[in-house]
Design a protein around this ligand. Structure first.
Ligand code: NAP
Length: 301
C-alpha cells in the first residue's frame, strides 16, 4: 500500500512540475502593433484559436472578416467580439472549406467588396479519424485543412499584393512531424483508401500547410507579401469535436489539465500576423512565438 501511494505521489509531483513547466514556458505575443486601417480575414474564426485571433485583431482596430461555415455561430462570435472590443468593423462571410465552390464565392466577395487585405489567416480545420470525400472528390480532412487555404491564398493573392506589406499565415500543427506524405499516400488520400494509421490524414494535411508555406514563400519573394506557417502547440479547443468519444475525452482532459488554453495556443498565429520584427520573414515556421526549425518531413521539396 505504501509503495502504491509513493508511486501516486511521484506521478502527482511529476504532473504538477510538467504543468508548471508548460505554464511558465508559454510565450505571449507582446506586440502592441495597431491594426487600424488594416483588413484581416480569418477562416474558422467562430471558435477556438480563430476566435481568439479575431478578437485580438479587433482590439487592435482592424476590420476583421470571420470566414465561417455556420451563420448562427458566426453571428454570435461577431456580436461577442463587438461587445468585447467596441470595434464595430467586424463582419462574417460564409465559407465552407469543404467546398471549392464556396471558397471561390468567398474569395470573390472579398475581391469585389473589400478595399484591401492585409492579413489572411488560413485557420479553419477539422480533426478526426474518419474517412470520407467532399463533393469535390477530395479527402475531407485534406480539403478543409489544406486545399481550401491553398485555393483561397491563390484567389486572394492579387488583393494581398495590392496591400503590401501583407501576410499569410498557415495554421499547421506539431503533429505534422508524424506525417507520411508522398505521392502514394497523397493519391490514397484522394481516394480514401489510405492504409490507415491513427490520424494519418490529419498529420498529412498539416504537413501540407508547412510545405506549402515554404514553397509559396519562394514564389512570393520580393512581392511584399510573406507567408509563414505556425503551430499552436496543443490547446483546449473544439478541434476534436468529430473524434471518437475516447479521443475527445482523453484530449480534453489532457489539454485542460496540462496544456494550453485556446488563448495561449493562439499567441503564435497572432505574433506571426502582427509582430513588426518579423515583417520580412518569409517561408518561416513558428512555435511558441519563436521562429523554429522546420520539421524534417517538410524539408523535402
Ligand atoms: N487545438 C489544438 O491543439 C491545435 C493544435 C494544432 C493545430 N491546430 C489547428 O488550429 C486550427 C484551429 O483549430 P482549433 O483548435 O481552434 O479548433 P476549433 O475550435 O474546432 O476551430 C476550428 C474552426 O474551423 C471551422 N471549420 C471546420 N470545418 C470547416 C469548414 N468546412 N468550413 C469552414 N470552417 C470550418 C470550425 O467551424 P464550426 O464551429 O462551424 O465547426 C471552427 O470555427 C486548425 O487548423 C487546427 O488544425 C489546433
Amino acid at each position: 500500500m505504501a509503495s502504491f501511494l509513493s508511486v501516486v505521489l511521484v506521478i502527482l509531483i511529476l504532473a504538477i512540475l510538467f504543468k508548471l513547466y508548460i505554464k511558465l514556458s508559454v510565450k505571449r505575443n507582446g506586440s502592441y502593433v495597431c491594426l487600424t486601417g488594416k483588413t484581416a480575414v480569418i477562416t474558422g474564426a467562430n471558435s477556438g484559436l480563430g476566435y481568439i485571433t479575431a478578437l485580438d485583431f479587433a482590439k487592435r482596430g482592424a476590420r476583421v472578416i470571420l470566414g465561417c461555415r455556420n451563420g448562427d455561430k458566426a453571428e454570435e462570435a461577431v456580436k461577442k467580439i463587438i461587445a468585447a472590443t467596441n470595434n464595430k468593423n467586424i463582419v462574417y462571410k460564409l465559407v465552407d472549406c469543404a467546398s471549392l465552390k464556396s471558397v471561390r464565392n468567398f474569395a470573390q466577395d472579398i475581391i469585389e467588396n473589400e478595399a484591401r487585405l492585409d492579413i489572411l489567416v488560413n485557420n479553419a480545420g477539422i480533426s478526426s479519424d474518419e474517412e470520407g470525400l467532399t463533393p469535390d472528390g477530395i479527402q475531407t480532412i485534406l480539403q478543409v485543412n489544406h486545399i481550401s487555404g491553398f485555393l483561397l491564398t491563390h484567389l486572394l493573392i492579387d488583393k494581398l499584393k495590392k496591400s503590401t506589406p501583407s501576410r499569410i499565415i498557415m495554421v499547421a500543427s506539431p503533429t505534422a512531424r508524424f506525417a507520411n506524405l508522398n505521392l502514394n499516400t497523397l493519391r490514397d488520400l484522394n481516394t480514401a483508401t489510405l492504409s490507415r494509421r491513427f490520424y494519418a490524414m490529419y498529420y498529412n494535411s498539416k504537413l501540407c500547410n508547412i510545405a506549402f508555406a515554404i514553397e509559396m514563400a519562394k514564389r512570393l519573394d520580393g512581392s511584399g507579401v510573406t507567408i509563414n506557417a505556425v503551430h499552436p502547440g496543443v490547446a483546449t479547443t473544439e478541434i476534436v469535436r468529430d473524434a471518437k468519444l475516447w479521443v475527445k475525452f482523453g484530449f480534453n482532459i489532457f489539454t485542460s489539465l496540462f496544456l494550453y488554453t485556446a488563448e495561449e495556443g493562439a499567441q503564435t498565429q497572432i505574433y506571426a500576423s502582427v509582430a513588426n520584427e518579423i515583417v520580412n520573414i518569409n517561408g518561416g515556421f513558428f512555435g511558441n512565438c519563436n521562429r523554429i526549425e522546420v520539421y524534417k518531413t517538410a524539408k523535402d521539396s
